[in-house]
Write a protein that binds this ligand. Structure first.
Ligand code: SAH
Length: 225
């Protein structure tokens, strides 16, 4: 179990490490200022056990509970840039994990509906002050299967999948507004190629693909210990 410390602080040292991380992301080609501002605003170390404070500001993925990972900052920045989040957008996230990606979307002014299939991870976030303080009107969290999405909260302006999917789940395309965007890593050999799908008025869609990433797999159903 994680030992969340209610008194965690965002020190000048943390902020300095975060600034250096953001500069590193710029050097790697991330240039969406709104995304970079959001990553600067969210203390990533709050999503780690205290002993991993410094690692939180390295540009890499890191293990969390239930054999899952918190995505690499570059990946979060890349996916969020593709999503082109506007304040007021209703965004569905598949794969809540640590809650970090949700926090970045919230920071950009989105209303976030997020689904996690691992019960352990779903419960753990209840003990996490950063996420716990967010008003329920801005963030809805569900334990469930992302292949099914959330019929009751559809339609969505944007959908982001943060696990490597075998296909674009048809239900998620149905739950997307016309003109809406899905950003999804699709499994291909050892890697995942990033796909951006934009839905047309007649229900068809355009796709663009981007370079290789690596994700934990999107699995069907739910898992309870
Ligand atoms: N967005 C997360 C990334 C976590 S890793 C973060 O910022 O930390 C991806 C997550 O997707 C894992 O927690 C995994 O359990 C979850 N996942 C995998 N398949 C899923 C599915 N079908 N529905 C919902 N969540 C799923």
């Amino acid at each position: 179990m994680k030992m969340w410390d209610e008194n965690r602080i965002d020190s000048y040292r943390h902020q300095g490490l975060r600034k250096a991380l953001i500069q590193g992301l710029r050097d790697k080609g991330i240039n969406d200022e709104r995304v970079l501002d959001a990553l600067m605003a969210v203390p990533r170390h709050y999503f780690f056990d205290p002993e991993f404070d410094d690692i939180a500001y390295e540009d890499r993925a890191f293990p969390i509970s239930a054999n899952q990972t918190i995505s690499q900052p570059y990946t979060v920045a890349f996916q969020t840039s593709l999503l082109n989040v506007k304040p007021g957008d209703r965004v569905l996230e598949i794969g809540t994990g640590s809650g970090y990606q949700s926090a970045v979307l919230l920071e950009m002014g989105a209303y976030v509906i997020t689904i996690e299939r691992q019960h352990e991870l779903f419960l753990e976030l209840n003990r996490f002050p950063y996420i716990a303080k967010i008003p329920k009107s801005r963030l809805k969290r569900f334990f469930g299967d992302g292949f099914i999405g959330s019929h009751s909260f559809a339609p969505f302006d944007k959908i982001i999948i943060t696990c490597g999917a075998p296909i674009v789940p048809p239900k998620l395309i149905e739950q997307l507004k016309t003109g809406g965007v899905i950003v999804i890593p699709l499994a291909e050999d050892e890697h995942h190629k990033m796909l951006r799908l934009t839905k047309n008025e007649d229900g068809s869609y355009e796709t663009e693909t981007f370079s290789n990433f690596s994700f934990v797999p999107m699995l069907p159903g739910t898992q309870t210990l």
